[in-house]
Design a protein around this ligand. Sequence first.
Ligand code: BGP
Length: 473
Amino acid sequence: MSFPNNFLWGGAIAANQCEGAYNEGGRGLANVDVIPHGPQRFDVAMGLREMLEFEDGYNYPAKEGIDFYHRYKEDIALFAQMGFKTLRLSIAWTRIFPHGDEEEPNEEGLKFYENVFKECHKYGIEPLVTITHFDMPIYLIKKYGGWKNRILIDFYKRLVTVLFTRYKGLVKYWLTFNEINDILFMPFMGAGLVFKDGEDQKQAKYQAVHNELVASSWATQIAHEIDPSMKIGCMLAAGSHYPYSCRPEDVFAAMEKDRESYMFIDVQARGYYPRYALKMFEREGIHIQITKEDENILKENTVDFISLSYYSSRCISTSENNKDGLGNMFAGTKNPYLKESQWGWAIDPLGLRITLNALYDRYQKPLFIVENGLGAKDEIEEDGTIQDDYRIDYLREHIKAMEQAINEDGVDLLGYTAWGCIDLVSASTGEMSKRYGFIYVDKDDQGNGTLERRKKKSFDWYKKVIESNGNDL
Ligand code: BGP
């Protein structure tokens, strides 16, 4: 096993899933604040329900998160103990611009992240910052209709200008939108879209997609103007699609499903819409407002690197009998060759190697795995320990696969940040019991608990992995 000397080992968290303090420091309300846990979660995340009724329903346990807002020093010290080289975290837009359309930013919010970044540097940890991780001001949704309105591009430009100027010298690596392709599956969570009855959802989604893609390119341009050494990446919810069988129809369907996501990165990495996407818009009657300036901005500002989350591969069948992949937001078909997590996510380390190769072959740009991990229910033993060997097994196999992608296939990989390196609120369930961390946080699905931090068995294991630069797994 060998990894490049400067390989960026670390972990990943997101503001909306860990910070809490939703009404402190001048923060405004965000879309993520009104997505309840429980049965209505998906309807709201998908924009299918009017969100206003949930406005006061900022539900436990998301309300308080894991209180990272007040405990970040303690948490970063623990990450430093594991030897993190990098920490991926995100900015809550509503801390910087509570409504999103103000002229001037909120100093208290800016100061908070400045303190967090400085705390990271104290330990030699390089922050890797997601500008928006499922997170936008409610005000922009109510007043402007979210990302389907291209005026959001201007507000986003203002946001990133403030961030790049203020954090120049503190943050080098930036990601513009978390899992940008999630707009298609969770348009309220990803882009603040709420659909009216009878509205053409596809049209609205792809206009929002375009606006985000243009905003992302502007961010790349603005960053490079402010500080040419900044590296801007896109972020894809990745995971190759396998045909369920070798029937050509299944193979074709898997190719099309891959393209649904690749389209985003094709634009961000190559600078223009691929022809298959333009044909699809034509076929589906989707008319996107694209200006000449948009075209130029996209063309001239492709990303510096491509980041991805990878949890599982997906399997596609064209036969109606095989559509049984519940428990996965990308619902596909159950793959009979793979085991699954407690939430039905297929466990496929080789799939990571396949995905890395596919992305590297396609774009020839450095890759960065910014999310990977196993969501599982952890039990505290009588002696107070948490023996999460299942998590260690999952991570070990995925790290092996990425090592092979680097050394046997020649993939250029910048780093690896394990998702939810400290337990936090799950994005799909809005609850705590789906845990990913090396550090246990005492809190349950009703929001009760002391918030005490406790190292799991995987904590020392990951420390050893980083210390040995991936040699000792
Ligand atoms: C990704 C998100 C993360 C994260 C992760 C795990 O889609 O970027 O925010 O939560 O998935 O998903 P979950 O929390 O639903 O298990």
